[in-house]
Design a protein around this ligand. Sequence first.
Ligand SMILES: *Cc1c(COP(=O)(O)O)cnc(C)c1O
Length: 383
Amino acid sequence: MIPFNKPYLTGKEAHYMYEAVFTGKLSGNGMFTQRCQAYFEKRYGFQKCLLTTSCTDALEMAAILCDVKPGDEVIIPSYTFVSTALAFVRQGATIVFADSQSEHPNIDADKIEALITPRTKVIVPVHYAGMACDMTKIMALADKYNLLVVEDAAQAVDSFYSEVSGKRQEVRALGSVGHLAAFSFHETKNIISGEGGMLAINDERFIHRAEIIWEKGTNRAEFFRGEVNKYGWVDIGSSFLPSEVIAAFLWAQIEHLDEIQNKRKEHWNRYSEALKPLADKGYFKLPQIPDYATNNAHMFYLVCPSLEERTELINALKQNEILAVFHYLSLHSSPYYAEKHDGRVLANCDRFADCLVRLPLFYELSLEDQNKIIATIKSVYSK
Ligand SMILES: *Cc1c(COP(=O)(O)O)cnc(C)c1O
């Protein structure tokens, strides 16, 4: 079976994990954690980064930092992973689900303003497949209505957004545009640490409190920098920081980030070129990359015309020992939230839930296997 995903090891992971163990500093916020955080801050222009044990945790930190309270409303696309909504639900928020664009699973920025009420506090754009949402429009709404923006950049490491204002074009890393952003290093993402994540903070107001929430509500980070002579309980928080063993693993991945990205982009482009003739004939649609977005090759997907045709395609691939998988089920009609949803129909989101299929894409995907996948898809539509 050609798997859908296979975690890639660069070779140095065990070495750095051994180093972390050997130096005797195993808990969080040690040398490897700080090295990873400094790397991301410098390379992508985040004001402050904090490694977390998952993207889910980073989102929970963001929800606490935004001071989301019962009765507050948070606007989230329905076509996303549970964690995006869950972090805010845990704070007691009411989730107002937004629809996707008609040609892209990302949130439709033109439909957000109609969802804003005096109780709206946060907008959470999710950069699906690592491709940017329309951040110019979203940040303008945040400005106009005094809202906070938390980017769910779980899939969006090393991807960018270009903003054109007049003649100037400014290119910014995803995760550096909103007030806060959450990344994932889960084994299904581009760079990994098994489970792992990161909160990026781009608004100075949040930095001090973020460190406290990260360290169980204590000012321990300040104490370690010698800024205070004792530390204690000063706020709410949890144990959001990963151990040094996890950070050491991540550092081995970071060292090979460019190589990993280049390889994934090669695979992505090969799919795109090989399948374009079939897309031109209307059998399915290929991923669209908006003008303002870059592609970090997190995912290659097709959008079939119907649920039936998608099921046929997935089954045909499975018969040929290829695992292709669909993705999110609409959160607004999930068993947990359907009763709480306000009843609006989110047709684009439902269509992506029914019709989108993801093809195997991972570093070690061989040319031979990729050719087999492409040939199998071609044979399905030559009948
Ligand atoms: C993977 C993912 C998450 C969750 O990441 P974890 O690190 O597993 O918590 C959240 N949101 C999106 C969009 C994701 O793709």
